[in-house]
Design a protein around this ligand. Structure first.
Ligand SMILES: [Cu+2]
Length: 105
């Protein structure tokens, strides 16, 4: 089915799909770890809460704006980055928690 899709409409989308990687960012001791991550368009980042209290993850960046709300220990939130550029990520519960993702072609 994937092959049909590749031969049909979207070769580029297919290429992204084939090479998409998944990364993990931890929220630990009220900090993102790591605080800088370089990924490629189409990659997925899983933000995992390793603290015994709730965290949030959001971004107002033009490249990718999102807000997943708050979520408890042990849960993760997956975000797909579909455009190149810089994304500044923060936690609404702990305003000092910041990290940056650079999305490249
Ligand atoms: Cu937080």
């Amino acid at each position: 089915m994937k092959i049909k899709y590749c031969l049909g409409v979207a070769l580029i989308a297919c290429a992204f799909d084939a090479s998409a990687a998944e990364y993990e960012i931890a929220q630990r001791n009220k900090a993102f770890a790591p605080v800088y991550l370089k990924i490629k368009v189409g990659d997925v980042v899983n933000f995992v809460n390793d603290d015994p209290f709730a965290h949030n993850v959001y971004s107002l960046s033009e490249t990718k704006s999102f807000d997943v709300g708050s979520y408890p220990k042990g849960q993760g939130k997956q975000i797909t980055f579909d455009k190149p550029g810089q994304v500044f990520v923060e936690c609404a519960i702990h305003p000092f928690m910041k990290m940056k993702i650079e999305v490249t072609q």
